[in-house]
Write a protein that binds this ligand. Structure first.
Ligand code: ATP
Ligand code: MG
Length: 286
């Protein structure tokens, strides 16, 4: 029986992944910053990704547990682990450069626009001149969100009368055109060679109503969303399992909001993605 180490096992992505792996008969070992209880899983507490002891601790746990594959699900861990060479097991992570681009929403936006991929109009707070200039560049209302973040933290919708608050933000934020239409979370698996897998899931309800994480998702046959998701992933040079956020403009055009270079919270609705990773890792059972 293969052993798979899942990081962030207490989080939404890690928990869902661990459940699926246990159901498929794998031995699962977990890590998390907080103590987590999960039946059938040994969970180890690890330091935060930014702690200098994080890498050595995870390396030791990988060896100790005899893990065949390590699947990181914590955003902060990705750019740190993607730099590691000679990991003592397979590491389900894309190249350092692509993970670095995906980690910062401004760098993602710049690369995608340069590659002709549809994205919301965007700028940095330091580019802001006046309320009129903002109207011309990204329009009102607009979205401000931290460039490096997750879980919809500090994502704010600004109306024109709130211009002074918008102007007070610094360049750790990105400002984007507000995209009002349906939101999707395509779950994608990009093979280094061979055909991609993409499962277009539509978010049927969002945590904060107008914006936020998906409360529920449903499969929707949306070939334009699927094609955009794959093109965006390839433009960043990403590979492996990805969780992408896409929204439709009022005219229906899909645009890419962001790319997470890891499994997302809804991967149970796209089991093909996990199957593809296990197959590519030589660990597909049954
Ligand atoms: N330009 C935009 N137009 C409309 N809604 C947006 C826009 N950008 C972000 N949002 C909303 O805010 C949510 C969070 O934004 P985003 O996914 O970019 O940040 P995040 O914090 O990395 O999210 P997560 O880690 O939960 O996927 C999106 O799922 C969406 O509902
Ligand atoms: Mg998101």
């Amino acid at each position: 029986m293969a052993t798979i180490l899942v990081t962030g096992i207490g989080g939404p992505a890690g928990q869902s992944l661990a459940r699926q792996l246990i159901e498929r008969g794998y031995c699962v070992v977990g890590t998390d910053m907080r103590p987590v209880e999960m039946p059938g899983v040994i969970v180890h507490c690890v330091p935060a990704a930014c702690d200098p002891a994080f890498v050595a601790t995870l390396r030791a746990l990988t060896l100790e547990s005899g893990a065949d594959l390590v699947i990181p699900t914590v955003s902060e861990e990705l750019p740190i682990l993607a730099r590691e060479q000679n990991w003592p097991a397979l590491l389900a992570l894309a190249s350092y450069e692509s993970v670095w681009l995906a980690n910062d929403k401004w760098l993602t936006w710049q690369r995608l626009s340069a590659c002709g991929i549809d994205v919301p109009r965007a700028m940095l707070p330091s580019h802001v001149q006046s309320a009129d200039h903002t109207a011309q560049t990204i329009g009102w209302p607009c979205i401000a969100k931290p460039r490096v973040s997750r879980g919809g933290r500090d994502v704010t919708l600004y109306q024109e009368p709130e211009f002074d608050e918008l102007r007070a933000l610094d360049d750790r934020f990105i400002l984007q055109e507000f995209i009002p239409g349906a939101e999707y979370a395509p779950n994608v698996y990009i093979r280094r060679t061979g055909s991609d897998i993409v499962v277009p899931l539509r978010k049927t309800a969002l945590k904060q109503g107008l914006i936020g994480n998906a409360v529920s998702v449903v499969y929707e046959d949306a070939p334009d969303v699927a094609a955009l998701a794959c093109a965006a992933a390839r433009a960043l040079g990403l590979s492996g399992a990805l969780d992408i956020d896409i929204r439709r403009r009022s005219d229906g055009t899909p645009v890419v909001l962001e790319i997470n270079a890891r499994f997302g919270a809804n991967s149970a609705y796209a089991p093909e993605v996990l199957s593809a990773l296990l197959e590519d890792s030589g660990l597909l059972q049954g």
